[in-house]
Design a binder for this molecule. Structure first.
Ligand SMILES: [Zn+2]
Length: 530
């Protein structure tokens, strides 16, 4: 995803950490396999009537297990009330307190699949946002990131418990409904309402499970690599919207060719009311409603969200501190798309801008990319996860070379698709493919905060340069530094030195007298000159 504005997203901050506090314990007890969600929406009220069939297996047997579902609160009247819960047609006891449903299973066995039918209703506090769009039309859009899904359906709201999902959406017949997966059925129920049945074939995390119900104009723009691509926009500005998302096929192709097979059954780009700039919901990406302009100005946003289909949605981070495996990847793979289609200069300009952003951010916030302390997940949508994560991949690509980098990326994706990975899992794949020890690299750039801040002095003598590079920051880094040695006649040569000490002299041979030295001429190092 891409935030619209940090201040805007922070404004919406609420208790995101509560529901995940005990997820580790819960994941050791149960594994959710499938959600079957029947949901009725209408125009007379924001209340939804729903039935969730949650299929799961027990890993351990306890007297009860817990799902997340936001309670109805007496002040706002919003939240969900559960009517009944059945385990394979047998009524079971439950409590619903503090946004947790605690269910007492009947005679469960480990490894056997049980389905819990949960009938509930209420006005979603969040997660499924029911509002009017910029044209004044009523819309219903899921917007779950990071863990807002349990505002509208019972689930384990954590990215590491993936499941397949299907939706039976009943809505007034002038609306269209989109959701993850493929359209199994679209039927008229009576002369006023329609049923849409969407279903996924592969497991996805709750953060990217959504439905969207609105008046849409839909354009099917054909298939690429057997993936149908479509655009869903508000009818009032459909020509502009169709034009804006017309680049999706080209972007999709680029990633399929370089990363691997597309993980889902369709790609739909959807104008929506998401609070984010773009939200990468699996197979149907939601974009902020003002993004439609008719001027193709959001190609990088579209590329970012499409890259997430592989990284974030299919190969997902195992836990929130590893979110750079989503956001850093989506940011850097967008840059690689830009490099291919907009050229080297556009690519290098992005890298330079991102490097400046990282340097400025560090002046305010000194946390490492892998941030295990922040529990307000919205705050992880920061420069470390996006720009610095992208820069780590860029340096890794320079470290390994293009061939091993791409081979490693493809191997990582194949190993962790439809699953979850940690940063160590990623490191191990890249190390195995390249035959390099990457412990120091991953440790210094991801687990430690900061970056090299370099001071230098040099003298020329007898076709040699003696240069002293000093690392002025607290934590020492180990990295190659390229130098552009500029001769008196304006010609130049590139030499590289390895920096690992606080301050050490290097003797660099040259082919003539030097008048100037430039650091990192090819934009390969995340550093700050002093
Ligand atoms: Zn993103």
């Amino acid at each position: 995803m891409k935030p619209l504005l940090y201040s805007l997203t922070l404004f919406f901050l609420f208790q995101t950490s509560l529901s995940a506090q005990n997820y580790k314990e819960r994941l050791q007890n149960i594994d959710i396999k499938h959600y079957n969600l029947s949901i009725d929406v209408n125009d007379s009220t924001n209340k939804i009537d729903a039935t969730a069939l949650v299929s799961l297996k027990f890993k351990k047997i306890n007297s009860h297990f817990e799902l997340d579902l936001v309670n109805k609160d007496s002040i706002t009247g919003m939240g969900m009330v559960i009517d009944s819960i059945y385990q394979n047609n047998v009524k079971v006891d439950f409590t619903h307190i503090n946004n947790k449903v605690s269910i007492q299973p009947k005679h469960p066995f480990p490894g056997v699949k049980y389905t819990y039918t949960i009938k509930y209703s209420g006005i979603p506090k969040d997660g499924l946002v029911i509002s009017n769009n910029l044209h004044g039309d009523r819309t219903f859009f899921g917007d779950n990131w990071p863990n807002r899904a349990h505002n509208w359906f019972p689930c384990i709201d954590h990215p590491s418990d993936k499941a397949t999902i299907e939706y039976f959406i009943k809505a007034p017949n002038y609306y269209q409904a989109i959701a993850n997966g493929y359209l199994v059925e679209e039927s008229n129920i009576d002369d006023k309402s329609k049923l849409y049945h969407w279903k996924t074939e592969v497991p996805i995390p709750t953060k990217v499970m959504v439905i969207g119900v609105a008046k849409f104009a839909v354009q099917n723009i054909g298939e690429t690599n057997n993936v149908p691509v479509s655009t869903w926009v508000y009818p009032q500005t459909k020509e502009k919207g169709f034009h804006d998302f017309s680049t999706a096929k080209e972007i999709l192709n680029f990633f399929i060719e370089n990363i691997g097979e597309y993980p889902f059954l369709k790609l739909a780009n959807v104008q929506s009311n998401t609070r984010y700039g773009g939200m990468e919901n699996a197979g149907n990406i939601f974009y902020y409603q003002e993004s439609v302009s008719g001027s193709l100005e959001h190609e990088d946003l579209i590329a970012h969200e499409i890259a997430h289909q592989w990284f974030g949605n299919s190969a997902s981070e195992i836990d929130w501190p590893h979110i750079w495996l989503s956001e850093g990847f989506a940011t850097y793979f967008t840059s690689l798309y830009i490099q291919k289609f907009k050229g080297e200069e556009a690519f290098l300009n992005r890298l330079k801008n991102q490097r400046n952003t990282v340097i400025n951010y560090y002046k305010r916030v000194q946390t490492p990319v892998i941030d295990t302390k922040t529990k307000d997940y919205i705050k992880l949508l920061n420069t470390n996860s996006y720009q610095k994560g992208a820069w780590v991949l860029h340096m890794l690509k320079n470290n390994l070379g293009d061939e091993f980098f791409w081979k490693g990326i493809r191997a990582y994706y194949q190993k962790y698709k439809f699953s979850n990975a940690s940063t160590t899992n990623f490191k191990n794949v890249m190390a195995q493919v390249s035959g390099k020890n990457l412990d120091v690299f991953f440790d210094q750039w991801l687990k430690k905060s900061g970056h090299p801040v370099l001071k230098s002095s040099w003298i020329y003598f007898n076709n040699k340069v003696r240069i002293i590079v000093e690392q002025t920051q607290d934590t020492l880094f180990d990295f190659p530094l390229e130098l552009e040695l500029i001769h008196k006649d304006g010609s130049s040569e590139i030499q590289a030195i390895q920096i690992s000490e606080k301050s050490s002299p290097h003797i660099v041979p040259t082919t003539g007298e030097i008048k100037e030295i430039k650091f990192d001429p090819s934009v390969k190092l995340l550093f700050e000159p002093l």
